[in-house]
Design a protein around this ligand. Structure first.
Ligand SMILES: *Cc1c(COP(=O)(O)O)cnc(C)c1O
Length: 404
């Protein structure tokens, strides 16, 4: 006899209709959703193995790399972060982390747990690092690995990377990049920019559910793995073993999350279908339209000009407007989810994501008209349709429908 009594069996779960315009997860393309509902096959089935090979090739396109070691780690973006850190770092190794938001700070925590000797350079929220600061920091504190975030989802800051690898390599270090929110949203040239290790996630600009972490490691990073004197601290994230499953051995390590891999393959197929250039242009245009719309109703942006990501906008909440009241209303009346501020920006900004399948003209105008209505109802003086008009003017520049 079971000692715990039988619960009332719930009906099948029916999620409400939502438009996901926050910092992730983003709206999933129907083709990706359908892929997840397909029957399972085994994780060593030759057909599944073929799907993994295809996924690796599609990931190489998304990352713009020829790196052999390109695969999807089981776990979310943070598992990608942890994978890169624990595989490149041995206890006592020095690591320099650039912190200008929550995710840089998370990388410090992960590195400290891996027993790295961490030094940091910091920038206020909404700002980015210039190459000289990194050069100076490496002079003062030589490091084995430098960690930096390309798209800081907590602040909307877009970190230029083109010049950084050279500085890092001159100092004898490896460059590790967080591309969780940047991959397939803004340009990322892993080979051309000589980035040694990159991790990403599936639920931001790839528009796939959360659950896998694409990673890629170049020759220098692979040599570093081979030269390790100690075992990787994490059994689950040890790339030397995971590689053998993704490589020709197909050696069992852990059971791949089959349905998630179906989804990622489909999401990457959509990236290949659209093409990276068109995809970047779509994100850029939608971001620009949203930002123009906000400006038209007097809403400022928290991120420093020149550093603003198109796929994640940090809008300053107008004085006297209650953050939660607006977000609750957007969700209840329009089904729109946006994110709140984090850290020093808590209660001060809304984080609006236009990522992947969500980066569409209809979402820009839907969000702006919903926001206008909310603000007007709260007594803020907002000219009717001003934001939508300004956004539409930007969207019409191309003369083409912005959709996917
Ligand atoms: C979302 C995000 C992460 C963490 O990814 P999870 O999937 O939430 O684990 C890491 N870095 C950045 C920049 C992110 O936006």
């Amino acid at each position: 006899m079971p000692t715990k009594s039988r619960p009332a069996p719930p009906a099948p779960f029916e999620p409400p209709a939502r438009v996901l315009l926050g910092p992730g997860p983003s709206d999933v393309h129907p083709r990706v959703r359908e892929a997840m509902a397909k029957p399972l096959i085994g994780h060593l089935d030759p057909v599944f193995v073929g799907l993994m090979d295809e996924t690796q090739e599609l990931l190489r396109y998304a990352f713009q790399t020829e790196n052999k070691l390109t695969l999807a780690v089981s776990g979310t973006g943070s598992a990608g972060m942890e994978t890169i850190v624990v595989n490149l770092i041995e206890p006592g190794d020095p690591m320099l982390v650039c912190v200008n938001g929550i995710f840089g700070a998370r990388m410090v925590d992960v590195a400290e747990r891996a027993r790295a000797q961490v030094t940091t350079i910091e920038r206020p929220y909404g700002e980015t690092f210039d190459p000289d600061e990194i050069r100076r920091a490496l002079k003062a504190h030589p490091a084995k690995v430098v960690g930096i975030v390309q798209a800081e989802t907590s602040t909307g800051a877009w970190q230029p990377l083109e010049e950084i690898a050279e500085i890092v390599h001159e100092a004898g270090a490896l460059l590790a990049v967080d591309a969780v929110t940047s991959l397939a949203g803004v340009p990322l040239e892993v080979d051309a920019w000589e980035i040694d290790a990159v991790y990403s996630g599936t639920q931001k600009c790839l528009s796939c559910p959360p659950g896998l972490a694409p990673v890629t490691l170049g020759a220098r990073a692979v040599e570093t793995l081979a030269a390790r004197k100690t075992k990787v601290q994490s059994w689950y994230l040890d790339l030397s073993m995971i590689m053998r499953y993704w490589g020709s051995d197909r050696f069992y390590h852990h059971t791949a999350p089959i349905s998630m891999n179906y989804a990622l393959r489909e999401a990457l197929a959509l990236v290949a279908k659209e093409g990276l250039e068109a995809r970047h242009a779509r994100h850029a245009l939608c971001g620009q339209a949203l930002q123009a719309g906000l400006a038209a109703i007097g809403i400022g942006l928290a991120t420093r000009a020149g550093n603003r990501l198109p796929q994640l906008t940090c809008a300053l909440i107008p004085d006297g407007v209650d953050d939660l009241a607006v977000r609750k209303r957007l969700l209840a009346d329009w089904g729109i989810e946006v994110g709140g501020g984090l850290g020093p920006w808590k209660g001060k900004v809304w984080r609006i994501g236009l990522m992947g399948h969500g980066a569409r003209a209809s979402n820009v105008t839907l969000f702006l008209s919903a926001l206008e209505t909310c603000l007007r109802d709260l007594g803020v003086d907002v000219p009717v349709d001003a934001s939508v008009k300004a956004a539409s003017a930007v969207l019409e520049q191309t003369g083409q429908p912005v959709s996917v």
